[in-house]
Design a protein around this ligand. Structure first.
Ligand code: IMP
Ligand code: MG
Length: 211
């Protein structure tokens, strides 16, 4: 009995958001990262999303389309957790001009390998920010006559929305901060961080291409 109580307490404690109090040591050019969403929370939420998606479409083959490169880790973890018939494809767009601010222009840099006609497509994206990228992709995909399209994003920054895009599955809603890790980059760096963190540039230069 005592063990059960202890276990329940431990589980409750582990549900508390884990946030690093102190910024990590300063990196390149004075940059630092403060952890916002730990790897454990990411995994728990991704498992929930996968169950939700399968519950919504219990008997259908699902075609996951990942937006390179940011969505790669999210797609692979999500894909592993969705039971049944699942296929993948990838598309790449360039959405940012310079630095941490979007240019608002979206360009297709790599197309899908196969047709999506008649398929139930789940577009898998790292973050919904201004919405320009997903608005553009939805337009492209809708012309290709899928059976239906749903959107799954790991992160949502609603404060920055310009285009009226709604995500059907959202991992975490976050404040208006520039985040890196778990696929998200700054100048192609930090994608391999297993947690999601807020990047502070310090005195560093802000010129960086991103996708
Ligand atoms: P949107 O077109 O403004 O919605 O931006 C979507 C894309 O911008 C994402 O797929 C990311 O590649 C990039 N992006 C937006 N916000 C962030 C961020 O905080 N960190 C890293 N990349 C971001
Ligand atoms: Mg992206």
């Amino acid at each position: 009995m005592a063990t059960k109580v202890k276990k329940a307490k431990k589980e409750k404690q582990s549900k508390q958001p884990k946030q690093a109090k102190k910024p990590q040591p300063k990196g390149k050019g004075g940059e630092s990262v403060r952890i916002l969403i730990s790897r454990a929370r990411l995994q728990r939420r991704i498992t929930e999303l996968a169950r939700e998606i399968r519950k919504d479409f219990p008997h259908e083959p699902l075609h996951l389309v990942g937006v390179l490169k940011g969505a790669v880790f999210f797609l692979t973890d999500l894909g592993k957790q969705i039971a049944g018939d699942v296929s993948f494809d990838f598309i790449a767009v360039a959405s940012y001009g310079l630095g941490t601010h979007t240019s608002g222009q979206v360009r297709l840099t790599r197309d899908l390998d196969s047709s999506i006609e008649g398929k139930t497509v789940i577009v898998v994206e790292d973050i919904l920010d201004t919405g320009m990228t997903l608005q553009y992709l939805l337009k492209v995909f809708e012309q290709r006559k899928p059976k239906r399209i749903r959107i799954a994003v790991l992160l949502d920054k609603p404060e920055r929305r310009i285009a009226a895009v709604h995500a059907d599955y959202v991992g975490f809603t976050i404040p208006n901060e520039f985040v890196v890790g778990f696929g998200l980059d700054y100048a192609e760096r930090y994608r391999n961080m297993p947690d999601v963190g807020v990047l502070s540039l310090g005195g560093a230069a802000t010129k960086a291409g991103k996708s």
